[in-house]
Ligand binder design. Structure first.
Ligand code: PLP
Length: 251
């Protein structure tokens, strides 16, 4: 099982990186939520992470969330004060799982999903704050609304606004934008993707004046420092905390 001392060391190192990046940007570390990505790891690892002090957990598959969350809560003898983030793309057959088990959804990318989720949430009397996932890098592997040329393409901007206008805010309030940097890109390229996401959020803020400023979910193990410098409010970190997935955590 996972060595609690190693986990505590890694958690401290991640918090140090987070705080240093926030300081470089003149921001407060408390303004950045660290989502510990427990995907592929068993419930025991989430329990060890909880014991180390982590309180926000991220899963990328709805089925895994629907299994792991109740197991962790049962082991903690109650809700445990944890917040569960569904960070991966959702298939329309799985919206009921997200509606039942997610506290925050980071990858809303289609009106069809928004409609189904809102209906499932209404049935359950739940509210699920959501990030719209936007694709700024144009990589085929990336999901999210196509915003690759949003600065010069009025159609892309209009698609985004139209999608937002169709969402049932009473059950599925849009609280921010989520994006992923391209794989294996140079730091400058990664930075520019994060910067453009922030500019897009600022542009949207100006079109929805009555709403709170949009949050930004961006940054993973390899790039969360850059993301925080560019305004991330939520970083989703797995490997830096738990090691490579599919391996026994060890020294
Ligand atoms: C797996 C995953 C992460 C975490 O990635 P690491 O490289 O392990 O930090 C973040 N966001 C999403 C959407 C993921 O699927």
């Amino acid at each position: 099982m996972l060595d609690p001392i190693l986990l505590a060391e890694r958690y401290a190192a991640v918090r140090e990186r987070l705080a240093a990046a926030a300081a470089r940007a003149g921001r407060a570390a408390e303004d950045v939520t660290l989502v510990a990505v427990t995907k592929t790891w068993p419930a025991e690892l989430a329990l060890a992470a909880h014991a180390a002090g982590m309180r926000h957990f991220g899963e990328n598959r709805a089925e895994e969330l629907a299994e792991k969350r109740p197991a962790v809560e049962a082991a903690l003898g109650g809700l445990g004060g944890l917040t569960w983030h569904l960070i991966g793309t959702l298939q329309s057959r799985k919206t009921h799982l997200a509606a039942s088990h997610a506290d925050v959804f980071h990858a809303l990318d289609r009106v069809k999903i928004a409609r189904r989720l809102a209906a499932d949430l209404t049935e359950r009397g739940r509210v699920l704050p959501a990030f719209l996932e936007v694709n700024l890098s144009g990589e085929a592997s990336k999901s999210g609304l196509d915003m690759t040329r949003w600065e010069e393409d009025a159609t892309q901007r209009e698609n985004l606004r139209r999608m937002i206008a169709e969402i049932d805010y009473a059950h599925l309030p849009v609280i921010g934008l989520m994006t992923m940097a391209p794989w294996d890109a140079e730091p400058d390229v990664i930075r520019s993707v994060f910067r453009r996401a922030r500019q897009l959020a600022l542009w949207l803020d100006r079109t929805r004046l009555e709403q709170p400023a949009l949050a930004l979910s961006m940054g993973m193990t390899d790039d969360f420092d850059i993301a925080i410098e560019e305004g991330a409010t939520h970083v989703r970190v797995g490997r830096a905390l738990f090691g490579e997935r599919g391996q026994v955590p060890g020294r």
